[in-house]
Write a protein that binds this ligand. Structure first.
Ligand code: NAD
Length: 261
């Protein structure tokens, strides 16, 4: 059984992907910066049926950390078949007052992190002359501006990831490596509630659930495991002829115009 590597695996969509890989009996390497949550997910992954689970503290924006993590996975786990560059952060600031350090941090984690993870993965497969599937996590904000605004850094980072995926697919194809993106719509994870806790978090969730009923054609937010199913299909042999593509998994959000004329 092969190994699946997931970045940002401690919570949310990454945790969902790790659990999905575990249910398919894979060896799962989990990379994240949140040590406590990572340990919890690693145990849950084993309980869900993973052949093994390897939690690694790794900041995806740090070149040496990413290289070291892939080195350790290569030493300790069977051949890597799939890699998911999922780790991401969002900072919501209106453009006129947006801070340079926020811009740099979002670009470092989302865009450089995706580049470093992807480079390590493609190099691994090229060196071993083995096939692999890489999935990067984009967003509807790669394609449209969010109506709520204050999303320039995040949107630019995700637009960069979408362009990166197309270019990377061409570089990786000669090695038999596929590179695709998943585009999750609003998914009920911590990223939507950053900085909120207790009552404030519950109030925000209720607000988002009400908005989803009106704004999302399927009338609700996604669950992490629904995004995970799309990612696991892209990792599997069932998508063997798919590369350079985007799999939109957004309940119809991008298909819909707010205008009725
Ligand atoms: N939730 C949504 O609505 C939504 C929609 C579209 C795209 N996405 C994307 O999905 C991905 C996963 O987000 P999520 O919704 O599960 O959020 P989340 O906050 O639940 O999970 C993100 C994970 O990434 C980890 N992380 C953050 N910085 C890191 C770093 N430097 N190195 C390694 N790990 C790091 C966090 O610790 C966390 O475990 C992100 O790329 C996000 O942009 C989310």
């Amino acid at each position: 059984m092969s190994t699946v590597v997931v970045t940002g695996a401690a919570s949310g969509i990454g945790r969902g992907i790790a659990l999905g890989a575990a249910k398919r009996g894979k060896h799962v390497a989990l990379l994240d910066i949140d040590e406590r949550a990572l340990a919890g997910t690693a145990s849950a992954v084993l309980a869900a049926g993973a052949a093994s689970s390897l939690p690694l503290m790794c900041d995806v924006s740090d070149e040496r950390a990413v290289e070291a993590a892939f080195g350790e996975i290569a030493d300790r786990l069977p051949a890597i078949g799939g890699v998911v560059a999922n780790a991401g952060i969002e900072v919501s600031e209106p453009l006129a007052s947006a801070r340079v350090d926020s811009w740099d941090r979002v670009m470092a984690v989302n865009l450089r992190g995706t580049f470093l993870t992807s480079r390590a993965a493609v190099d691994y497969w090229r060196e071993r002359k083995s096939e692999g599937s890489l999935v990067c996590v984009s967003s509807p904000s790669a394609f449209v501006g969010f109506a709520g605004g204050a999303n320039t850094a995040y949107g630019a980072s995700k637009g960069g990831i979408s362009a990166f995926v197309r270019a990377a697919a061409l570089d990786a194809a000669p090695y038999g490596v596929r590179v695709n993106a998943v585009v999750p719509g609003a998914t009920d994870t911590d990223i939507l509630y950053f900085g909120l806790a207790g009552e404030a978090l519950l109030a925000r969730r209720a607000e988002l659930e009400e908005s989803a009923k009106v704004q999302i054609p399927l009338g609700r937010m996604a669950r992490p495991e629904e995004i995970a199913d799309a990612v696991l299909w892209l990792l599997s042999g069932e998508s063997a002829y798919v590369t350079g593509s985007h799999l939109v998994c957004d309940g119809g959000l991008l298909a819909k115009s707010a205008n009725s004329f």
